[in-house]
Design a protein around this ligand. Sequence first.
Ligand code: ARG
Length: 469
Amino acid sequence: MKTRSPVSRSARFTGGPAADTAAFTESVSFDYRLWRQDLLGSMAHARMLQQIGVLSRAEFKAIVRELDRIGREIAAGRFRWRTEFEDVHMNLEAELTRRVSAGAKLHTGRSRNDQVALDLRLWLRDEIVGLADDLRGLQRSLARLAGRHRDVVLPGYTHLQRAQPVLLAHHLLAYLEMLERDQQRLEDCFFRLNVCPLGSGALAGSTLPLDRELVAKLLGFVDANGRPRLTQNSMDAVSDRDFAVEFCAGGALLGVHLSRLAEDLVLWSAAEFNFIRIDDAYTTGSSLMPQKKNPDVAELARGKSGRVIGNLVALLTLLKGLPMTYNRDLQEDKERVFDTADTVRSTVRVLASMLRKTQVNAAACRAAAGDPLLLATDLADYLVRKGRPFRQAHHAVGAAVALAERQRKRLDQLTLAELRSVDNRFERDALKVFDLDAALARREVLGAPGKKQVRKQLARWQKRLAENR
Ligand code: ARG
């Protein structure tokens, strides 16, 4: 069966595409999401066409008026998308031309190849700004939780084995640092993608005297001094998807950070840890076990990292064997980009609201941090202060731990005589090492989890996040 595809087929074709070809190649079912960007791009292009004399003033005005009207219809859900027009670009142009005959001039000096490169860049620009905002929200939630529990101590882990005591705030601020780097990566991505490809045509520019600078300025592709930023090679411009890869790479790394945060929350909410209580609103029950309350939101936040990593790999694989320049394969870029954007944004948002309602069980945290073994390193540092080389101190404290284990005692219950049996530099004040608060107060190296340090860091973040509103 043949269908008619009124815009993309020239007179050279004798019929429309087969029905399964149309269904297989259409992209409007997902790229309709570019409609706002496509309309804006068309308005700027039309303005430029008027400037160079291709459109009369009346034609330009009629085109912009109708594009604007179409936009309002789409926003109101009153626009009928038609798969026989393949993609968002054809749908909008066909509808415009149906209403205004000058619409047939709009595609002068333009190809869907530079058009789609433009639309996706514009779309990502908006998306990155929105995501940056959402990320700030998550950072604020983390900072607020840290600020509310600034004195809560808990074990820090390596290898998921208790290692040394830290402040909960310190642990949470680690995620602020990660998210900050994610922000910077997105900013970086924004900078590199904020370059206008329009005017590159299908691959070889145009024979018409297009004013690319005007279009770039109209669409905000400008540097800090307002100078237009234009792609410099038409072939590169229509086939480059670096910017999409960079976005998906930044998104994948962000997804991994969110996944790690989610994993901490899952662990901490398990009875074995009992450090936090996730609000009921962010948990679900079991269809079988009546007592269950499961941290599904955190689990899905962890699980969704798989999708965004997959999107990055899919996109890279899509690009790696493509000959220059545009190939229809590139149509496959959009769903990966959309999915990464949607996934990371919804995850960032739900984690932010979940953290706002998360309760901390300070007593359980402190009890876990009260394990004197967490201060074995402090005991070794004590010996260092008494002049022992660290390696020997490390060995002696190891022996003390083994001795306590044999005696079935806690490390802080060894007598002075027992301590001196492993190293004679131990003195009466050695046991003071096990005062948890004093131990934390000692950790005042820059970036360490000591109280003063953490307060300083927290204040820095609070200031920064308040300014950023
Ligand atoms: N829908 C296409 C895409 O997303 C637009 C460009 C099509 N260009 C072409 N020559 N068929 O890539």
